[in-house]
Design a protein around this ligand. Structure first.
Ligand code: SAM
Length: 289
């Protein structure tokens, strides 16, 4: 039996056999460390019952470990050149389907309905292509897919922003967007040396546990997220300044001051000090049907 795909020697061998050249533009950095993969699978809570969705299987390093530990694996890969390689590296597993599609174009709900058992616990697990980390995660979150969790290797700095708490350097509108849908946690930091080729940035594994309900109630989600973004607009500026800019067409400063008073939020504060609950209160007092 072959050694695992995720070793330096086997990976080099596969790349040579197929004359595969990495495409930087597709964020191709393959994992070459089985221990890291086992840790990811553990953090993801993958077990025999689980259905796994992978984004970007590459030559199958993570796919293989998912095939071993999960009930079924469905992987979306955009690069057609990888299909014959995956057929080869995953030949021993009959519980894997590879779909040759751009994840941003794919109808993931339809794939879930077609590929997994009714009621099967589904988890997304991936070493994401870093150039589209945020669009991919926002698509999965806003699509309200029937998945339990998302566990992904991403750029360390982005993972920190997504999981950040108020009054930290990393806290911003991305923290609110992600934490509105999930409970976010950085599971571990990962050195560059476990990738081939090595990326220029540091990486972390981010675990997102889907919430059944949003943590706050808002009248209008789009208005809420726009308002959050506006209050972080210029980080050094006060709430008052950022709101005045955001509502310059519809409200004067006096009106803004009045509403902040009603919301019991000090106009001199900065966006970075507001909790999700306070943003929801703010949105409530500024929203007009
Ligand atoms: N899972 C493999 C591993 O860990 O070794 C490869 C991870 S590599 C960081 C990212 C993978 O995502 C590549 O195989 C790349 O071709 C694929 N990819 C890039 N953009 C994609 C997209 N829009 N949809 C699906 N896959 C994509």
């Amino acid at each position: 039996k072959n050694k695992a795909v995720a070793t330096p020697t086997r990976t080099k061998e596969i790349l040579e056999t197929y004359g595969f050249a990495f495409k930087k533009s597709l964020g191709q950095n393959f994992l070459i460390d089985v221990n890291i993969l086992k840790n990811i699978i553990e953090h993801a809570g993958i077990d025999r019952e689980a259905g796994a969705i992978e984004i970007g299987p590459g030559i199958g390093a993570l796919t293989e470990q998912l095939a071993i530990h999960a009930d079924r694996v469905v992987a979306f890969e955009i690069d057609q050149r990888l299909l014959p390689i995956l057929e080869d590296t995953l030949a021993d597993y009959d519980n894997v389907a590879v779909i040759n599609k751009d994840i941003l174009q794919a109808d993931v709900n339809e794939v879930i309905a077609a590929q997994f058992k009714e009621g099967q616990p589904i988890k997304v697990v991936a070493n994401l292509p870093y150039y589209i980390t945020t669009p991919i995660l926002m698509k999965l979150l806003m699509g309200r897919l029937p998945v339990e969790s998302i566990t992904v290797m991403i750029q360390k700095e982005v993972a920190e922003r997504m999981a950040a708490s108020p009054n930290t350097k990393s806290y911003g509108s991305l923290s609110i967007a992600v934490q509105y849908y999930t409970e976010a946690e950085v599971s571990m930091n990962v050195p560059k040396t476990v990738f081939m080729p090595q990326p220029n940035v540091d990486s972390s594994v981010l675990h997102l546990k889907m919430r059944e309900e949003p943590p706050v109630q808002v009248e209008n989600e789009e208005f809420f997220f726009d308002l959050v973004q506006a209050t972080f607009g210029q980080r050094r500026k006060t709430l008052m300044n950022n709101l005045a800019r955001h509502f310059k067409e519809s409200m004067d400063k006096q009106e803004i001051r009045k509403r902040l008073e009603a919301a019991e939020i000090d106009p001199g504060r900065r966006g970075e000090s507001l909790s999700m609950e306070e943003f929801a209160v703010l949105a409530h007092y500024f929203y007009e049907k």
